[in-house]
Design a protein around this ligand. Sequence first.
Ligand SMILES: Cc1cc2nc3c(=O)[nH]c(=O)nc-3n(C[C@H](O)[C@H](O)[C@H](O)COP(=O)(O)O)c2cc1C
Length: 192
Amino acid sequence: MENRPPGGQAGSLSCNAADYLAPGTGAGRIEAPFRRQDLRDVLGMYATGVTVITTGDADAPYGMTANSFTGVSLDPPLVLVCAMSDGQGAAMISAGGHFAVNVLAAGQEAISHFFASPSRPRGREAFADVPHRRLVTGAPIINGAAAHLDCSLVAEHEAGDHMIFIGEVLALGAEPSIRSPLIFFAGRYQAL
Ligand SMILES: Cc1cc2nc3c(=O)[nH]c(=O)nc-3n(C[C@H](O)[C@H](O)[C@H](O)COP(=O)(O)O)c2cc1C
């Protein structure tokens, strides 16, 4: 069966991404070759949840906002997250050997914004106004998050300008009373 994208030519090498974009996103029609910003815009059309990846311990906690979180395997229980190779997050996860994934709930946009800011305070000060607790690894588990997974680092891979970190889940939990997650789509926060 012919697998023809809407409005596109079967077998065409050009990416008629506009055919897949919702109207009004501003990304517009994009053909190959594309710019870095085009790639960001198109990847941004993949709606995701928002997490804060934490690592470190009580003395030197660390957190960064990330939407590259993915479940990988049920048995063994594995998840992954990607972090910019030259950022503090990659260095902290690699050195710490563990990370926790905090899946943010609708209403936790300010926490996402805070942990995505390059100029945020670091270390204990970063968590001074963010109520949290610790489970197995010592990485901060943020109170009020929709779900959390506490992981030991089992593999890390270089991939372009990011590192892929694979963690084995040691402990997890979800907050059943939270019915709406924080969503990131087309560069904006949304809720279901
Ligand atoms: C919604 C959202 C998702 C993000 N996802 C990622 C991600 O998956 N990986 C990443 O390296 N940075 C991601 N960032 C950017 C980092 O949060 C930001 O660069 C942060 O400052 C990195 O921490 P650092 O300054 O300690 O390196 C995201 C930002 C936002 C707002």
